[in-house]
Ligand binder design. Structure first.
Ligand code: UDP
Length: 265
């Protein structure tokens, strides 16, 4: 009951509130599992999940359509499992299951903030999530629901970054918003060199060619580049950063085939 009451409150905000002109109208947000870990060394911290949900709500009430791909690194990563002796494909499926747990935790947090939300999974799990159906995912967004996409691509040997690139393309998102721990791409490591400059824009070719830029898996980057899906790299841990990035403020780094590489002013 409470969830439904909250949902209708937010829907009313959505109906009555001014339609603000955001830079992007439909986004694919890639959040790593670590965004849910908080101060723990493992698992899900409900307060951190709520913080992520609050950031998403700030964008949702601006009528931005939102699909989310959630990782599983706070619980299980296939590579780590295979290093400990589990067959790689099996370990990867376990990693995908971890993303389903995170998706349910994020759904719970979003509903607590009043944002209507559906989980779709690339691995069939009808008792807890809808199966991923592209047209249905689009319909959910059009109807004002956030869609959380669990289990990445549904196949092993890749990560949720690849799932994010793939889903951003098939759901015709304007941008893939990649949340990272650093607030964008720097000319060199800002922790070692505090005067390192941040790029506000970067051409895909440069991101792929330059050594030491580790924002996403190479497979995901190549897929985004080849299919003209821009990527906004930004930090989610700072409050209001997601809405600022969607509004077009100069935070993070915007990576695209159509921009010239520039430093932030
Ligand atoms: N995974 C997979 N196929 C996919 C997506 C994920 O096999 O399409 C597995 C893989 O083992 C990965 C784990 O699920 O390590 C958790 O995802 P990821 O490492 O991308 O999580 P994140 O680092 O974003 O938290």
């Amino acid at each position: 009951m409470e969830i439904i009451a909250n949902e209708s409150k937010v829907r009313n905000i959505n109906k009555k509130g001014p339609m603000s002109a955001t830079r992007f109208k439909r986004i694919l947000l890639k959040v790593g599992g670590e965004s849910l870990i908080g101060d723990r060394s493992y698992g899900i911290d409900p307060v951190s999940a709520l913080n992520v949900a609050e950031q998403i709500k700030e964008v949702y009430i601006k009528h931005v359509q939102i699909a989310i791909v959630i990782g599983g690194g706070n619980i299980f990563r296939g590579i780590a499992g295979s290093q400990n002796g589990i067959e790689r494909a099996t370990a990867d499926y376990m990693g995908m299951l971890a993303t389903v747990m995170n998706a349910l935790a994020l759904q719970d947090a979003l509903e607590k903030t009043g944002v209507p939300c559906r989980v779709q999974s690339a691995l069939q799990m009808p008792a807890v999530a809808e199966s991923f159906i592209r047209r249905k995912a689009i319909r959910h967004m059009e109807k004002g629901r956030v869609v959380i996409l669990a289990a990445g691509t549904g196949v092993p040997y890749v990560t949720t970054d690849t799932g994010a690139a793939l889903h951003a393309l098939e759901l015709k998102c304007d941008v893939l918003m990649k949340a990272t721990k650093v607030d964008g791409i720097y000319e060199n490591d800002p922790e070692k060199n505090p005067s390192a400059r941040r790029y506000s824009k970067m051409n895909f070719t440069e991101v792929i060619m330059r050594d030491g830029i580790d924002i996403m898996d190479t497979a995901a980057l190549a897929m985004a580049k080849d299919n003209d899906m821009p990527i906004m790299v930004f930090e989610l841990f700072k409050k209001h950063n997601l809405v600022k990035a969607v509004d077009g403020e100069d935070i993070g780094t915007f990576v695209s085939n159509d921009v010239k590489t520039e430093f932030s002013k």
